[in-house]
Design a protein around this ligand. Structure first.
Ligand SMILES: [Zn+2]
Length: 153
């Protein structure tokens, strides 16, 4: 499933470190695909992507697409972010349990009202001038039902 790609007209405040092991992830994310590695031996996912399975130590991992949907497990708002994030805060951050069982931390795109815990959320690609990041927002079907709008922070 491909995710919406939302252009952001500035550079990322804290660009991720891209390694040979994670380069395919960032390339796919820029195209609206959430991917990670899955172990061919024990069938478990890892996130972030890894060259060795942390569950069974196998090096037989393969890239796989994730659906990009899940439930909001926890959230917070950082009102006094580190200096590098000055001017882009407050930062809305959440922990999302993806449907595949992968738990991730990411920014939240929220309406005026915060996304309630246990809500269905979907990931989007934020395409900054220097590369992509992923973020979560209320799942579109739920948002359309409430008539809400999403702002990009
Ligand atoms: Zn494994």
């Amino acid at each position: 499933m491909s995710m919406d790609i939302i252009p952001v007209g500035r550079r990322r405040a804290w660009p991720p470190r891209v390694t040979e092991a994670t380069r395919p992830f960032w390339g796919a994310l820029a195209l609206g695909r959430m991917t990670t590695t899955r172990c061919d031996n024990c069938a478990r996912y890892t996130f972030p992507p890894k060259p060795i399975c942390p569950h069974c130590w196998s090096s037989k991992l393969a890239w796989t697409d994730l659906g990009g949907r899940g439930m909001l497990y926890s959230r917070t708002v950082i009102h006094a972010p580190p200096k590098v994030f000055e001017g882009v805060g407050p930062l809305h951050v959440g922990i999302v349990d993806l449907d595949e069982g992968v738990r991730i931390c990411c920014g939240l795109l929220e309406d005026d009202a915060p996304i309630p815990l246990d809500s269905r959320v979907e990931l989007v690609t934020l395409l900054y001038a220097d590369g992509p990041l992923f973020s979560a927002r209320r799942q579109v079907s739920a948002r359309e039902a409430s008539g809400a709008h999403t702002q990009t922070r």
